[in-house]
Design a protein around this ligand. Structure first.
Ligand SMILES: [Zn+2]
Length: 362
């Protein structure tokens, strides 16, 4: 473990073949959005589709009606919290799956494999997990975060992201003598917001659609601040969105003939697709390895960011693989034991298949 709390592990190659060094990464921290202290996991064997009472006292129930994906879990072993905390499968499941896969590789010495690198990171849930990751020391050709959700998830596209702060300066005078003089910054802020496309918000978009989301609003007569996050899978579209914010500011400033509105935009992270596409071997390898474990790969765009996106731009292409969990960041979080085993198997197959693919000493 280094000074920043990152844990690294390395397993040397056991073959003459020149294979890729493959990395597997998971994060140790859990989401701050729900209580993560004193987690008391509950094991429900042979889930029959009926409501699971997480907490009788507080009447907290995990039901298929509310979470329809549960129908895919019938007959499996579910692990939940006791309804007072999150479970923390996000992403301790990823750590468990990597450790179990590596244990299997070490215990079964006849399996030929190239060099393997393991990384466990802190601070993923606050968006800082990649910041101090030592890509150079890790020295992998590519890696996978084991941090996805449902069985089969394989992700290598994520949003391009920017944040904007809109500052508005008003002019306060006594309301009794305000006519034609007072400029109410809060009113101007609402005007600014009303000029954004009202359907391009998270609650009305999905799939590959981007959005603007207001995340904070403070206003008085003298000044107002609006904060936005802006998301789009397409980088040109993200630019258009950023331009629109600036354009609205200009229009308002022109209307009032005063520099009332100031917009500051900052890029946050980028779509890893651009980095992964030239090395599609990384995706094909994962897909084949899932299929061999009897799992259908489900390639879906991530409507968010991942540490893997940042790592990809730091020179380590890093798509994301399922853990088998769901309802992350809250008290309804659960994971299926059987799906965890499939994640473990996928990791083992990735390691095996890369050695098989390098059936030479080139
Ligand atoms: Zn996670």
């Amino acid at each position: 473990m280094d000074d920043n709390g990152y844990v690294y592990g390395f397993i040397p190659s056991n073959t003459e073949k020149i294979c890729n060094t493959i990395g597997f990464i998971a994060h140790m921290d859990t989401a701050p959005a729900a209580n993560g202290e004193n987690v008391n996991p509950q094991i429900h064997t042979n889930y029959n589709g009926e409501d699971i009472i997480l907490n009788k006292e507080k009447n907290i129930v995990l039901s298929m009606k509310e979470f329809p994906y549960l129908k895919n879990q019938i007959g499996k072993t579910l692990i939940t919290s006791n309804g007072t905390t999150l479970l923390g499968a996000d992403d301790k499941a990823g750590i468990a799956e990597i450790i179990e896969a590596i244990k299997y590789i070490i215990d079964n010495k006849e399996i030929e494999h190239g060099p393997i690198a393991i990384g466990f990171t802190p601070d993923e849930e606050v968006g800082r997990g990649a910041d101090l990751f030592n890509v150079e020391k890790f020295n992998a050709h590519f890696a996978y975060t084991i941090d996805g959700g449902h069985l089969g998830e394989l992700e290598y596209e994520n949003f391009n992201a920017a944040g904007a702060v809109v500052n508005i300066t008003g002019k306060s005078v006594h309301p009794g003598s305000a006519k034609d003089i007072l400029i109410n910054a809060t009113t101007v802020a609402m005007e600014f917001h009303s000029l954004l496309p009202e359907d391009e918000v998270p609650e009305k978009t999905d799939g590959y659609d981007g959005f603007y989301m207001i995340t904070d609003f403070k206003g008085s007569i003298e000044c107002a601040t609006l904060k936005y996050i802006i998301r789009d899978f397409d980088l040109d579209n993200l630019q258009r969105r950023k331009d629109l914010l600036k354009n609205i500011a200009e229009r308002i400033n022109e209307k009032y003939k005063k520099e009332l509105v100031n917009v500051e935009v900052k890029d946050e992270y980028y779509n890893m697709k651009k980095v992964i596409e030239p090395v599609m071997y990384v995706i094909d390898l994962a897909k084949k390895s899932m299929e061999e474990a009897g799992v259908t790969a489900n390639i879906v765009p991530i409507r968010g960011g991942t540490d893997g996106a940042k790592l990809s731009y730091m020179g380590l292409p890093t798509p994301n693989i399922f853990t088998g969990g769901a309802n992350f960041h809250g008290i309804y979080e659960y994971i299926s034991g059987e799906d965890m085993l499939k994640a473990k198997e996928t990791i083992i197959n990735i390691i095996k298949n890369d050695a098989i693919n390098h059936d030479n000493t080139k």
